[in-house]
Design a binder for this molecule. Structure first.
Ligand code: SDX
Length: 428
């Protein structure tokens, strides 16, 4: 195969280099196109456009493959822990026992947040959505750690910023939940592992400490691993774009949290449960809602279905669906909306509308059912997604800075008015 693509524009030939990735993915490098031809490309939603080369995550949408640094997601979900996967994503290799212990201890050491952060938290009304609080409090870390604003941080300074964020996000997330409930916040306990500590901060109260349930901890570890990275999705692209301006890691991740909040992205896990509850309240007729989802005049969408990349099954959805069954039976929970979800899935997977458009359950379709079984309230579901995605955002931001990528600044094609003269207001 030629190493170049040939483009004929207005009778002139242009040769554009072809880039081939580790898994034989191919791209045409158009970085010289505008300078040589005056043409740009146009691709609304970047459905066919690569923003970067990356060594962190590989996914194949047709084959339903997902791997972090070369390790298949199925193996990591089964055998690893969220902290170990976070190390893998950020530093590129699985840690030795000593490295993992040191990484885990560094995170524990930084889990407390400056007490002044409570004043910011107290300023939010209890009705504030935890995602809004999370984005604001992460951005406020720049106030407590102004050295994080340096665009020429040393390797150690950048590493400390990353460790602080890995450590403090779970505390901030749990505190945002307590705030929305008007409950007293809990402080982390260093004797607990990451997931147990988060559950303790979420569910302990002054009358009694949360009793760690290994089934819940295992399910949470798995969910966080499955959400840890997903190459150039909307929120990760946001983190990379904001970071390309040499904005701090905290500012970049704060922007990523806001992007994830969107119901078409990470906000879908909350929207799925709200949709299933709506179907249940409406009498449980899943076929009626399938018809609504297909009706172009009806804004209703089957939340948790469809994906920009996966045009077959989302490998994470398969693992989460099995985990949902395992967790509910282990906890002895009978959740009627799980049955509605399964009916919906079966109805959709046999319906030509969904088959033709390759719309399958995605990572968000079953995750909310597990979070609910773990006692996590619906408004916290997207916060859980952010907690899982954090090591991916950090790894991607670090890669973008290490690759010394230029500031992201897409072009456009102007379709507005031709040049016209200003008309004084009295003459309009
Ligand atoms: C995540 O990118 C990532 O990796 C994201 C993510 C990650 O880990 O970071 O995987 C996490 O965001 C998962 C997606 C969660 N969102 C939802 O579940 C919301 C519901 N899904 C959709 O809104 C939609 O499927 C998207 C946003 C996920 C993908 O949208 P695309 O790729 O832009 O596709 P599209 O909107 O152009 O849809 C193509 C066709 C359209 O019909 P036609 O115009 O061709 O007739 O499929 C239809 C759409 O109307 N369609 C749906 C549908 N999703 C797409 N119809 C009904 N219900 C749906 N859910």
């Amino acid at each position: 195969m030629s190493d170049f693509a040939e483009l004929i524009l207005e009778g002139k030939s242009y040769k554009l280099p072809i880039v081939v990735g580790t898994e034989d993915e191919k791209a045409i490098d158009i970085s010289s196109l505008r300078a040589e031809s005056g043409f740009i490309t146009l691709d609304s939603g970047y459905k066919n456009t690569g923003a970067t080369t990356s060594a962190i995550t590989y996914l194949d949408g047709e084959e339903g493959i997902l791997s972090y640094r070369g390790y298949p997601i199925e193996e990591l979900a089964e055998k690893s822990s969220f902290i170990e996967v976070s190390y893998l994503l950020i530093y590129g290799s699985l840690p030795t026992a000593a490295e993992l212990d040191a990484f885990s201890k560094r995170i524990k050491r930084h889990m407390l947040v400056n007490e002044d952060m409570r004043k910011i938290l107290d300023g939010f009304p209890s009705a504030a959505h935890p995602m809004g609080i999370l984005s604001a409090l992460v951005s406020s870390l720049t106030a407590f750690y102004p050295e994080s604003l340096k665009s020429n941080q040393t390797k150690d300074e950048m590493d400390l910023s990353m460790i602080r964020l890995m450590a403090k996000l779970s505390t901030i997330a749990a505190w945002s939940f307590k705030n929305s409930n008007g409950q007293r916040i809990n402080y982390p306990k260093n004797k607990l592992d990451y997931c147990s500590n988060f559950l303790h901060m979420m569910f302990s109260d002054p009358t009694e400490d949360y009793e760690v349930n290994p089934v819940v901890v295992d399910a949470l570890n798995k969910l966080l691993i499955l959400h840890a990275d997903h190459e150039q999705n909307c929120s990760t692209s946001t983190v990379r774009l904001v970071g390309s301006a040499h904005a701090s890691l905290y500012s970049s991740v704060s922007a990523g949290i806001s992007a994830l909040w969107g119901p078409l992205h990470g906000g879908a896990n909350q929207a799925v449960i709200e949709m299933l509850e709506q179907i249940k309240a409406d009498g449980g007729d899943s076929k009626k809602f399938i018809a609504k989802a297909k009706d172009k005049n009806d804004p209703f969408r089957l939340m948790g279905f469809g994906h920009r990349v996966y045009k077959n099954f989302d490998p994470r959805a398969k693992i989460i669906k099995k985990t949902a069954d395992d967790v509910l039976s282990a906890l002895g929970i009978k959740d009627p909306i799980l049955n509605i979800a399964k009916e919906l899935e079966q109805a959709a997977l046999t319906d030509p509308y969904f088959i033709e458009r390759k719309l399958y359950p995605n990572v968000d379709f079953y995750s909310g059912i597990i979070y609910r079984a773990l006692g996590i309230p619906t408004e916290m579901f997207t916060v859980m997604f952010a907690l899982g995605r954090l090591p991916g955002w950090i790894a991607q931001w670090k890669e973008m800075r290490e690759q010394k990528e230029p500031i992201g600044r897409p072009r456009q094609i102007y379709v507005g008015e031709n040049t016209r003269k200003y008309v004084p207001i009295e003459e309009r």
